[in-house]
Write a protein that binds this ligand. Structure first.
Ligand SMILES: Nc1ncnc2c1ncn2[C@@H]1O[C@H](COP(=O)(O)OP(=O)(O)OP(=O)(O)O)[C@@H](O)[C@H]1O
Length: 323
């Protein structure tokens, strides 16, 4: 069953469509990723799902409910991660869990939730004193306090170091394993590749791909990268003519050919035929980052830092406050 259905979603600001006919369905129990360059329309899309923005066209359903018209019911099935700026600095972890739990008729047991998310030792700590990773764990706990069936996490791991990010990934997997559907907005290709069952790639307000990370990579023009140092010069023309070859680059005498499995076999046959030795021959699968570049023509922050004032920074979510 589809837990979230987005059909022909459109949102226009100042006459400019920032989300333009986006459709996807998130199945129950999935971790579904939304990827895209800065300003692609990812946050606008998920805020329409949360009922924080009203679509200008198309339909959105969460567990069959309209997030705007049925807002109260939707808040009972959907949990959303809070932006950092929304919590009071002096609030303790325990107070935050109790306070947010009080908003729901049948909240989760905050003690159990805190335990599950490794917050038990920090219940008396004020929000301002928490580390980045502890804050993220608290945000996940608050998103889950209402016992939701689906949770929306927008740039959850931005600002965390690689270790903190990996710890958060394990928590997200635990959340999914407990039966909650996860809708995840991310800039990190590695995160999407590791966590997501399926990914929607949005570029300039439009859906440009919707598939599993493995299939997105398989369909990328450079799904396989072959690099080697030839024992004698090899003409680029002959390499470009290999079946499936999409790119040929050379740096410091080292050649990299982007292509497919077919390209690998043809290249080896060519080298053998011409008596060329390929030193340090390496064959690598492309990453989701390569597939993303192929789809959008732009490289995102693959495991790198997010620009200042970028996603996750306080104030970047410009909600309409519909709730
Ligand atoms: N309330 C608003 N008023 C006017 N324009 C807006 C508003 N909210 C978003 N936009 C514009 O809509 C476009 C999409 O923004 P959105 O925040 O959805 O993108 P995003 O993909 O989440 O980007 P990022 O990765 O940078 O967070 C941007 O050009 C943004 O400037």
């Amino acid at each position: 069953m589809a837990m979230v259905e987005v059909d022909g979603l459109r949102k226009v600001y100042g006459g400019r469509p920032v989300v333009d006919g986006v459709s996807f369905a998130v199945e129950e129990g999935e971790i579904f990723g939304i990827l895209g360059p800065n300003g692609a329309g990812k946050t606008t899309t998920v805020e329409c799902v949360e009922g924080l923005r009203t679509p200008d066209g198309g339909t959105v359903r969460v567990a069959g409910l309209d997030p705007v018209a049925d807002h109260d019911e939707v808040t009972r099935v959907l949990g959303a991660q809070l932006q950092e700026s929304e919590l009071q600095a002096k609030l303790t972890v325990r107070e935050a869990l109790e306070l947010y739990g009080s908003f729901y008729r049948a909240p989760a047991d905050w003690r159990l939730l805190g335990e599950r998310l490794g917050l038990t030792g920090h219940l008396g700590a004020r929000f301002e004193k928490l580390s980045g990773g502890q804050k993220q764990r608290l945000f996940i706990a608050l998103a889950l306090i209402g016992n939701p069936r689906v949770v929306v996490l927008d740039e959850l791991t931005a600002g965390l170091d690689p270790r903190g990010r990996r710890d958060t990934w394990s928590l997200i997997e635990d959340v999914r394993d407990s039966g909650v559907t996860v809708l995840l907005v991310t800039h990190f290709m590695e995160e999407a590749q590791r966590l997501c069952d399926r990914v929607a790639v949005i570029d300039r307000g439009r859906l440009v791909a919707l598939d599993t990370p493995a299939e997105l990579i398989r369909h990328a023009a450079n799904a396989t990268l072959i690099s080697f140092t030839p024992s004698q010069p090899v003409g680029h023309g002959v390499l470009k003519a290999l079946p499936g070859a999409a790119s040929v680059t050379e740096k410091g005498g080292r050649i990299t050919v982007g292509g497919t499995d077919e390209t690998v076999n043809a290249l080896i046959a060519l080298l053998v035929r011409d008596g060329i030795t390929a030193e340090r021959l390496r064959i690598e699968d492309a990453t989701l980052d390569d597939a993303f570049l192929d789809l959008t023509g732009r490289r995102e922050q693959a495991g790198g830092s997010v620009p200042a004032g970028g996603p996750g920074a306080p104030g970047t979510t410009d909600s309409e406050g519909a709730q």
